[in-house]
Design a protein around this ligand. Structure first.
Ligand code: FES
Length: 116
């Protein structure tokens, strides 16, 4: 885990306080689009912003506990793991997050890792 974190590029995004609870925020970085959520518990979750079904924009979905419901056809995705819940299948990428001085950072893999 530690090694993985060292290979990440931490990208500064938004102020933690500016994130509305249970409301997705779209973050773009070098062709990747991430849906960032501040959960009711205060935790952050960041996942790929495209549903694996037909590319619904997950930042516009409804959050319920640890899940997001896709706004297009209501597939249920577990935010910490990115796994689509049964009876549907598939998964979305998840991203690490951290807060420094009140600002949220998202960890992206380095360019070499993204290419492999
Ligand atoms: S696009 Fe997400 S459920 Fe169909």
């Amino acid at each position: 885990m530690k090694k993985q974190e060292e290979q990440m590029i931490w990208v500064q995004t938004v102020s933690y306080e500016d994130l509305a609870i249970n409301t997705g925020k779209t973050i773009r970085y070098q062709g990747e689009e991430v849906a960032l959520f501040r959960m009711k518990s205060g935790k952050l979750q960041a996942i790929q912003n495209r549903c694996p079904h037909k590319e619904g924009v997950l930042a516009e979905g409804i959050v319920c506990d640890d899940h997001i419901f896709c706004p297009m056809h209501d597939r249920k995705i577990h935010l910490p793991s990115g796994l689509v819940q049964a009876p549907d299948t598939g998964c979305v990428k998840t991203y690490s997050t951290k807060i420094e001085d009140g600002t949220v950072y998202i960890g992206f893999p380095t360019a070499e890792e993204m290419a492999s």
